[in-house]
Write a protein that binds this ligand. Structure first.
Ligand code: AZC
Length: 839
């Protein structure tokens, strides 16, 4: 079929084309060709990175036909597209994933081998694009994969940060941040499209005028203008021809120099605006949940939103004579409130630029947008000081006032004389200083509002969006998150993929429900033993990595107990530590205690300015230093903090986990997606009834899930009665022993100040109820240990977890978005022959 493929791609050529051919010899030759003509190297002097680049271009060549055909098809008159607007896309390395989705992994592996190289080593050479903080950015990446795999016309719009999320080093047990220079050796996956640049206004003032037809209009006279240049990356679907685009914007000054100033001899002043404009997309803000009103961040948001909407309108008008049907051909999803200014910007473009009347413009806007909320933490809701907003985006603020006035008029009719409703629904927060509330703008401007797990969507309606729910209940819906099985199983866990595929074929890879068929093998002892064998081998790989990275020797037969995610008080990494110290104390007092050996593995970044999160990292590494070196323990406990947790490291860690720690305070974690990746790879979960844990437990069965802790209503109940954490300390001797051991400096070489802020926080405030959940957590961990001792039982539970994970594919999530929010249909992409005429 290879020559058939070649002839589809190029009917004029009967031999395999160097740029499209898929057989081993062609690929081998193509890599050498790219090595010479792109990298400018002979094999003898090429570095591993040169070979990686040569291979990356070889793979990209094989994507281009699909990509260009997809882009062309999406432009057509009757094709509705999804535009996914997100300030973050945490896509992870491209090479391995593209090999999987192109279905050429084996050929390429062989071709590379014949050149005397190792494919895995080349894959590991790729610098990952860290253009996101955590769950929200990674979700966007899984969704792009599923959109393409389901053949949905789509485009992801975001920012091409020059520096992504910082690299984390650990020095003396503390986090140190290093700038991430992901672009320094070039990025073979992107193509710049400077011909599609757009201009973005900032600052200045607005001015009323009457147009030629006597109509009243407003124009914005900006203080300065920034150019947005798109950089496109193909996102190929799994075994389909659809390759959608991820279009990321880079900012540049309109003119490299301000010539007037230059001529006046003010060289520095002239370069100033260039520097200013290019600073705009320099760096990703490294905070995941809370935000701080930083002007540059608002500039970033408006910049990419303005570029993206102009881009959509431009492409729309290629095949359509007006924007009247814009909402029929575009579904725009707001990934949290970061792009919410798009509601006002689309109104501006329709009214000011395309001269629509307000009402029809508003209809188009509301029909076009959907808004996904990702957090319940009230402190994480974005709001911008009115002064900053008005100075930077004067026209947008006027439009927001107009949206707000018209909206509040409707509220007044629905809830007469209800001042408190009015003030909570208003886009403008007037409580103390004045702010623009982005969530309110997003809710008002969208026809659908969704949370990311059932519990979260319910809590949204009960808490932070309660008044919006009362006003328009029909807008509210839920789409539970999902993860792509391509990256999070096929690519990251080839051994388990192979075992599963031997048993049930490979349809599960894009129909994850089919994993159900594994249930018929749970009672098959030899299958269970193969299952354990796979886990064991993967754990050995991770053990080697751990030793190489942090010099800690861990026992691959021990229970790998893993918590990897951003460091946050609500995620309660420190509760995990309280359990570790509890076990430590027990083993010290009773060396004969019969518990399985455990390796505790942590990974995650703390926001650089988050004092408590950084101390929690220091707590983990300090406890590790003592425990790992205590000869009394005879290696029965080990504590590892893996530095620089990112997508690449996640791919190593999830497959090797036995136990997944999902221990946030109930009601705080919107969904979680790591929880799904662990379960999919055969780890059992210890968790609270929070986020998607609730649904995971429902699917896998309560008997295959270690539940503990207060429920969301119980948390509220405890808090309403004046929670007194100290009471738990006073009444629980074992807990007291743990906290006292930290306080006395045992883990900090006698330094009592170092970790005391954490202990004080727990004793006197404990906003996330660690002490209230402590005993329940410890009890549940005892059940884990008991279960692990019975390896046959554990394997059964592990197999059932995997077999019942079908729901958590991002393919299912995307299908729901398509059906209930976007109303879009798949379009299959025909591979058009490439020749000079249609090129
Ligand atoms: C996260 C939520 O905390 C997490 O529960 C959810 O699974 C994920 O979004 C995807 O929906 N939120 C963020 O990561 N937020 C930011 C700003 O990074």
């Amino acid at each position: 079929h290879l020559s058939l493929m070649a002839s589809i791609l190029n009917p004029n050529v009967t031999i395999e084309d160097d740029r499209t051919g898929l057989d081993i010899e062609t690929i081998r030759r193509a890599v050498l060709d790219n090595l010479f003509y792109i990298q400018g190297k002979f094999p003898a002097i090429a570095t591993k990175h040169d070979f990686y680049m040569a291979l990356a271009y070889t793979v990209r060549d094989r994507l281009l036909q699909r990509w260009l055909n997809s882009v062309q098809t999406n432009l057509k008159k009757d094709v509705k597209s999804v535009a996914y607007l997100s300030a973050e896309f945490l896509v992870g390395p491209h090479l391995g994933n593209n090999l999987i989705n192109l279905d050429i992994y084996q050929q390429v592996e062989q071709a590379i081998k014949e050149s005397g190289l190792n494919l895995q080593e080349l894959i590991d050479t790729e610098e990952e694009p860290g253009l996101g903080n955590g769950g929200l950015g990674r979700l966007a990446a899984c969704y792009l994969d599923s959109l393409s795999s389901l053949e949905i016309p789509a485009i992801g719009y975001g920012i091409r940060y020059e520096f992504g999320i910082f690299d984390q080093h650990i020095q003396d047990g503390w986090q140190v941040e290093i700038t991430d220079k992901w672009l320094q050796y070039g990025n073979p996956w992107e193509i710049a499209r400077p011909e599609s640049s757009v201009m973005v206004n900032f600052g200045g003032r607005t001015e009323a005028y009457t147009d030629d037809h006597g109509a009243f209009r407003v124009r914005w006279i900006p203080e300065y203008v920034v150019k947005g240049i798109p950089y496109d990356t193909p996102i190929l679907g799994y075994k389909v021809n659809t390759a959608n685009t991820l279009r990321l914007w880079r900012s540049e000054a309109c003119e490299s120099f301000n010539f007037e100033r230059f001529n006046q001899g003010d060289y520095y002043g002239a370069v100033d605006s260039k520097v200013h404009s290019e600073n705009l997309c320099k760096v990703l803000y490294p905070n995941d949940e809370p935000i701080q009103g930083k002007e540059l961040r608002l500039q970033q948001q408006y910049f990419f939103v303005c570029c993206s909407l102009q881009d959509m309108i431009r492409t729309h008008l290629i095949e359509n004579s007006s924007l009247d049907n814009f909402d029929q051909l575009w579904a725009i999803q707001l990934n949290d409130t970061h792009p919410a200014v798009a509601v006002a910007e689309l109104m501006r473009l329709l009214v000011d630029v395309h001269h629509y009347e307000w009402e029809p413009a508003w209809q188009i806007t509301e029909n076009t947008f959907g808004y996904t909320n990702h957090t319940l933490l009230p402190e994480a809701l974005e709001k911008w000081p009115l002064s900053i907003f008005g100075r930077l985006l004067p026209r947008l603020l006027e439009i927001i006032y107009e949206i707000n006035n018209r909206f509040l008029e409707r509220v007044r009719i629905k809830f007469p004389d209800n001042g408190s409703k009015m003030s909570s629904l208003s886009i403008i927060d007037e409580s103390d200083d004045k702010y623009v509330r982005m969530a309110n703008l997003a809710c008002i401007g969208s026809h659908r509002i969704n949370g990311v797990a059932q519990l979260h969507s319910e809590l949204l309606k009960e808490t932070i969006l309660h008044d919006f729910y009362a006003l328009f209940p029909e807008k509210f819906t839920n789409v539970t998150n999902g993860v792509t099985p391509r990256r999070w199983m096929v690519l990251s866990n080839p051994r388990l993929t192979e075992l599963i595929t031997q048993k049930i074929g490979n349809r599960w890879i894009n129909h994850l429900d089919e994993l159900k068929q594994l249930e018929q093998f749970v009672d098959d002892a030899s299958f269970r033993s193969q299952w354990r064998q796979v886990k064991q081998e993967v754990k050995q790989d991770l053990a080697k990595y751990i030793e190489k990275k942090v010099g800690i020797v861990v026992n691959p037969a021990s229970l790998f107990d893993v918590q990897v995610k951003r460091i946050h008080e609500y995620k309660r990494q420190h509760l995990n530590v309280l359990h570790i110290i509890t076990l430590y104390n027990r083993l010290k007092h009773n060396p004969n205690l019969d518990i399985p050996p455990r390796t505790f593995i942590f990974g995650g970044k703390a926001a650089p300015g988050y004092f408590m999160a950084k101390r929690i990292i220091k707590l983990i590494t300090s406890v590790g230093d003592v425990i790992n070196n205590d000869p009394d323990l005879k290696d029965r406990l080990k504590v590892v903090f893996l530095p620089d947790y990112n997508v690449t490291l996640g791919q190593r860690v999830y497959p090797a986990a036995d136990l997944s720690e999902q221990i946030s305070t109930a009601g705080k974690e919107a969904s979680g997606t790591g929880n799904m990746k662990f379960s999919l790879n055969g780890a059992l979960t210890i968790g609270t009834l929070d986020g998607a844990n609730v649904e995971i437990r429902e699917e896998v069965g309560a008997e295959n899930f270690f539940l503990f802790g207060l429920t969301t209503p119980q948390v509220a109940e405890v808090k309403s009665h004046g929670y007194y954490p100290r009471g738990h300390y006073d009444s629980n001797e074992e807990l007291r022993g743990v906290l006292d051991l930290i306080s006395c400096g045992f883990f900090s070489r006698g330094n009592r100040e170092l970790l005391q802020p954490i202990v004080d926080n727990l004793l006197y405030d404990d906003p996330y109820l660690l002490l209230a959940d402590y005993q329940s957590y410890i009890n549940s961990q005892e059940e884990v240990s008991e279960a692990y001792k019975d390896q046959e039982r554990w394997s059964r539970m592990s197999i059932l977890n995997v077999a019942r994970m079908g729901k958590f594919s991002s393919d299912r999530s995307i299908q729901e978005y398509c059906d209930n929010i976007w109303k879009v249909q798949p379009v299959s992409i025909k591979l058009q022959a490439y020749n000079q005429e249609n090129a």
